[in-house]
Design a binder for this molecule. Structure first.
Ligand code: AMP
Ligand code: GLY
Length: 423
């Protein structure tokens, strides 16, 4: 079948890589894609939120299945757009409906969903500009650190963790009264701080059944030792060594089942990925957040470990046949290290020529922010390339990623040398 992947990052190159390798894929399109996807698929120069342009492309190229990478089109209702359109409703869409996507689109909605379905998470209250004073009073009842979350999508920047009460009150005011994160912070969730180690669990659901995909841990800060500014993610490891069988059972019983059942009880049309951000406190899992898509760079370590044909798995998701398919996982560990533009996550330059990609032999190069300029691969974003390796354990895999990365170069290239340091 002809397939379209929406998005342009390392996540989407990884999806394209696995889909292109499937015998079930005839023609593969990626919109808008990057230099990596251009080498294995046809890139279409479309914005992921321009639904009319997507419709035109789907009809023109006889696309039968669409896989949505990022959250924006999902939160804006791309699934519903397909299902409500007479010409598009037969197309298989992997991604939740707009109501489902609210689990990521609104932190308050996610918290309400968790409390309704008894899913363990941090205690919270939410506030608007009208209840700013009540919010400040609520902060006084908490112990530091204080966790403030903009309700809406804020490109991963909407969560503030502050040690000082006065600072927390000031930031609450900045968010609610001075639109620190624009419309996204017109509502703010204040929550209890949970002290523990984080991991992510990925679930694929067709709205009736589910498969738990490999776990992963990402490294969000720009600097070594997980210091400095937050980024989209500087590297990832799968599986997470401390997520043993017993802990995974707790996650499945207390979190995955109530999540999938909760979606069903609320009649939410959800055929796609649920990315559950968790924190382990003592020996118990708590949900920090839901995302309604795969993570990036987590995808770069999760998908390479899936041995089941990905097109069949995605089709079974979209057609509610997941129970009929078995999930085979590669026992090896996977690691990815993200190579970024100097300056990221603040200002950085684009258009730097990247050399050495063709010399990488023992790892897989997934392109993120790259593009083609006069047939040369050049940088086109903050996160540029993810170098993924598989081996018996994560230390061996990491060693490979780091050896192969040395073959790459571009002006002001940077990467963290300590991925996995805390494990
Ligand atoms: P989120 O965007 O909700 O994933 O939050 C971003 C980051 O803030 C998470 O990855 C955690 O490191 C941290 N965080 C969020 N909520 C809490 C919490 N309740 N307790 C401790 N850390 C948190
Ligand atoms: N790596 C975190 C995310 O994709 O949200």
């Amino acid at each position: 079948m002809n397939i379209l992947v929406l998005g342009s990052g390392g996540r989407e190159h990884t999806f394209a890589y696995k889909i292109a390798a499937s015998e079930r894929c005839s023609q593969l399109f990626v919109a808008p894609g990057n230099a990596g996807t251009a080498s294995i698929a046809t890139n279409l120069p479309l914005s992921v939120t321009d639904f009319d342009a997507i419709k035109k492309a789907v009809l023109e190229h006889a696309i039968e299945m669409v896989v949505i990478g990022p959250e924006d089109p999902l939160v804006q209702g791309v699934y519903d757009f397909f299902k409500e359109d007479a010409d598009l409703k037969q197309v298989k869409v992997v991604g939740p409906s707009k109501r489902g996507a609210l689990l990521e689109g609104s932190k308050e909605r996610a918290k309400e969903f968790m409390s309704q379905h008894n899913i363990p998470t941090a205690a919270y209250e939410s506030f608007t500009s009208k209840s700013l004073e009540a919010g400040k009073q609520f902060l006084e009842t908490l112990k530091p650190p204080y966790v403030l979350k903009a309700d809406g999508l804020a490109a991963g920047k909407g969560v503030l963790i502050l040690n000082n009460l006065d600072e927390a009150k000031q930031e609450l005011e900045n968010m609610l009264a001075h639109s620190k994160f624009g419309e996204a912070s017109s509502k703010v969730v204040i929550e209890e701080f949970l002290d523990g180690i984080e991991l992510s669990v990925f679930v694929l659901t067709d709205g009736k059944d589910y498969k738990i995909l490999p776990t992963a841990k990402d490294y969000k800060r720009i600097g070594e030792g997980d210091q400095g500014l937050n980024t989209g993610g500087m590297g990832a490891i799968s599986p997470v060594p401390f997520a043993n069988r017993e802990f995974m059972q707790k996650i499945e019983e207390r979190i995955v089942k109530p999540t999938v059942n909760g979606l069903m009880e609320e009649n939410i049309d959800y055929k796609g990925f649920v990315f559950i951000g968790l924190i382990k406190v003592d020996d118990n899992p708590y949900v920090i957040e839901y995302n309604v898509r795969m993570g990036d760079p987590e995808t770069e370590v999760v998908l390479p470990r899936i041995q089941t044909d990905l097109v069949s798995l995605l089709e079974a998701t979209a057609t509610q046949n997941l129970s009929k398919i078995s999930l085979e996982i590669d026992e090896r560990a996977a690691t990815t290290v993200m190579v970024v533009s100097g300056g990221y996550p603040e200002a950085y330059e684009k258009g730097k020529e990247i050399s050495g990609i063709e010399k990488v032999e023992d790892s897989i190069v997934f392109h993120a922010g790259t593009t083609l300029k006069e047939e040369k691969v050049v940088t086109n974003g903050g996160r540029v390339i993810a170098v993924t390796s598989l081996d018996k354990d994560f230390r061996k895999a990491l060693k490979k990623s780091y050896q192969e990365i040395e073959k790459l170069s571009f002006d002001k290239m940077y990467y963290r040398t300590d991925i996995g340091f805390d494990l």
